[in-house]
Design a protein. Structure first.
Length: 173
C-alpha cells in the first residue's frame, strides 16, 4: 500500500489532468525528486491520454420562415443585382462603343431598311435606350423575384406545418 504521508509521494495521474505524471511513469533522471533516485513502489505506470472529442453537432429543425424578412432580404438582394447589372451594361456598352460595334450595327440597320422618318429609327442602338431597357427589365425582375420569394416562404410555412420542416445539422470544424 502506498502511504500518502510518505515524503516524495505523488497522487496517481488521472485522465482529467493530461499533464500529470507519476514517478513510476516519469523517466528516472538524477535529481527528479531531489534524492537522485526514482521511487518504485510497485505500481504500474499510469498512461495519460487526452480524450479526443469529435466536432460538436447540433440538430435543428427549420419549421417557420418569416415572410416579411424573406421579402426584405430578397428585395435588397435583387436591388443590388439590378444596380450591378445596369453598371455592367453601361461598361460593356462603352467598351463596344469605343470599338465601333454600335456604329456598324446602326449602319447595317440603315442600309437594310432605309428610313428618313426620325432619328430614333436611324440609330436604334443608343446608350440611353439600351441601359433604359436593362433598367426596366431589372425593375420588373426585382418586383417579381420579391413577390415569388415571399410567396415561397408562405408556402413553405404551410407545408412545414404538415410535415415538420427541414432538419439541419450544424457542426464545429
Amino acid at each position: 500500500m502506498s502511504d500518502p504521508t510518505r515524503p516524495g509521494h505523488r497522487r496517481p495521474a488521472t485522465t482529467a489532468d493530461p499533464r500529470a505524471v507519476t514517478e513510476a511513469s516519469a523517466p528516472a533522471a538524477a535529481g527528479s525528486l531531489g534524492t537522485g533516485t526514482a521511487v518504485d513502489d510497485g505500481r504500474a505506470p499510469v498512461r495519460v491520454s487526452v480524450a479526443r472529442r469529435g466536432p460538436r453537432r447540433a440538430r435543428l429543425v427549420v419549421k417557420h420562415v418569416d415572410p416579411w424578412t424573406v421579402m426584405k432580404v430578397t428585395f435588397v438582394v435583387t436591388l443590388v443585382i439590378l444596380v450591378v447589372l445596369v453598371i455592367a451594361t453601361a461598361i460593356i456598352y462603352a467598351v463596344l462603343g469605343q470599338m465601333g460595334v454600335w456604329d456598324q450595327i446602326n449602319n447595317l440597320v440603315n442600309s437594310v431598311a432605309p428610313t428618313t422618318a426620325s432619328e430614333s429609327l436611324r440609330n436604334p442602338l443608343t446608350g440611353s435606350r439600351i441601359i433604359g431597357i436593362v433598367a426596366i427589365v431589372g425593375a420588373i425582375n426585382v418586383v417579381l423575384m420579391t413577390a415569388l420569394a415571399t410567396l415561397a416562404a408562405a408556402i413553405y410555412n404551410l407545408i412545414s406545418d404538415l410535415v415538420g420542416g427541414i432538419e439541419v445539422t450544424l457542426s464545429d470544424p
